[in-house]
Write a protein that binds this ligand. Structure first.
Ligand SMILES: *Cc1c(COP(=O)(O)O)cnc(C)c1O
Length: 354
């Protein structure tokens, strides 16, 4: 079986070298005569993995010692709740959100369970086809929450607003895909399975000084300060996803870091968007200026071509191209590990559709 061209939105393609090394570690980790899956998370071998996994994030993000890196379970969805629990004041607290897609809306829903939330902008009425930008974030809010990339609809924040409060961002689907000034953010989180590893672990990067100010009695498992104190080992961490994420980040660092990944991602996205814009059979779902470099959502203008197109891309060895069930059409996810050759295969199929 030859390797498919995997455009899946998540869990996503990872570098082949990461699959290879992960498989080896499952059979024999570091020549220990033991599988990675059967050693204690407190063994010196795994503690070294966790330490390096935390250190490499700070190196890649160019962040200093005022930031802490955590690897937690529960997915990005748990962060929808942990963020307000840890940052929204128990008395007279209030948070600001921007509603740019289904995941942003899910984050808003959870935050509302903790206290008042103002939604400063929303593109929901336009099927989330653009990023709302026309709002100001004042100091009356405990924090501002945004979603850097909208995985389902295929829009991306090209820039971030200046805010007068803490800045929180869900970067699940474009983390480490482009150069960003990460020091603008007070808290960043990302489910690993979109662009940095397998499912089962969530990266949290948090500025330590913002914690402990809400007056809430935070349950232990939801308390960032406790997880920091225990160096992501308050409870058993998801050892395999942490290890595979570390391998992915080491691969990224070895191959030119974030800047080089961004250049590759821009080239891939340009190749595909140019074809969508040129080809009269296809149309993009989103406004041009907000289109995502990671998730390219598009549709056929003539539905009678659907069968021919679906047959052709499947025959070309492409996998994971169907759009999200809420949007339909197609979605090509161009995460870091997807080679440009796979995008060329898709573009050739689109060009040959008559
Ligand atoms: C997938 C996704 C989530 C949810 O992640 P889980 O790890 O499945 O909870 C949240 N936010 C964004 C932007 C996503 O793409």
């Amino acid at each position: 079986m030859s390797k498919k061209h995997n455009f899946s939105a998540g869990p996503c393609i990872l570098p082949q070298e990461v699959f290879q090394k992960s498989a080896e570690a499952i059979l024999d980790f570091n020549g220990m005569g033991l599988s990675l899956l059967e050693i204690s998370h407190r063994s010196k071998e795994f503690v070294a993995v966790m330490d390096e996994a935390r250190a490499i994030v700070k190196r890649l993000m160019k962040l200093g010692d005022d930031y802490e890196v955590l690897y937690l379970g529960g997915g990005a969805s748990l962060q929808f709740l942990m963020v307000p629990f840890n940052l929204m004041k128990s008395e007279n607290g209030k948070a600001a959100y921007v509603d740019t897609g289904a995941w942003a809306a899910a984050a808003i829903k959870e935050a509302k369970k903790m206290g008042p939330v103002d939604v400063l902008g929303s593109s929901k009425a336009d099927n989330y086809s653009f990023i709302p930008k026309d709002f100001k974030v004042g100091s009356e809010y405990d924090y501002f929450h945004c979603t850097s990339n909208n995985t389902i609809f295929g829009t991306q924040m090209r820039s971030f607003p200046e805010v007068d409060t803490l800045m929180v961002c869900d970067m699940s689907s474009d983390i480490f895909s482009r150069v960003i000034d990460f020091s603008k953010f007070d808290l960043i989180y990302a489910g690993a399975q979109k662009n940095m590893g397998p499912a089962g672990v969530t990266l949290v990067v948090v500025k330590k000084s913002i914690l402990g100010k809400t007056g809430r009695d935070i349950p232990s498992i939801l308390d960032y300060a406790l997880h920091i104190d225990k160096e992501s080992m308050y409870n058993t961490p998801p050892v395999f996803p942490v290890y595979a994420s570390l391998l992915t980040l080491q691969y990224l660092e070895k191959n030119g870091g974030i800047a080089a990944a961004e250049a590759r991602n821009e080239a891939k996205a340009r190749l595909l968007y140019d074809e969508i814009d040129r080809n009269p059979l296809f149309e993009s779902f989103c406004v041009k200026e907000d289109r995502s470099l990671m998730n390219v959502s598009f549709r056929l203008l003539d539905e009678t071509k659907k069968e021919a197109f679906d047959t052709a891309w499947k025959a070309a060895g492409i996998s994971g191209l169907n759009g999200h069930r809420s949007l339909g059409g197609y979605r090509a996810s161009l995460y870091n590990a997807l080679p440009i050759e796979s995008v060329q295969v898709l573009v050739d199929v689109m060009k040959n559709l008559k």
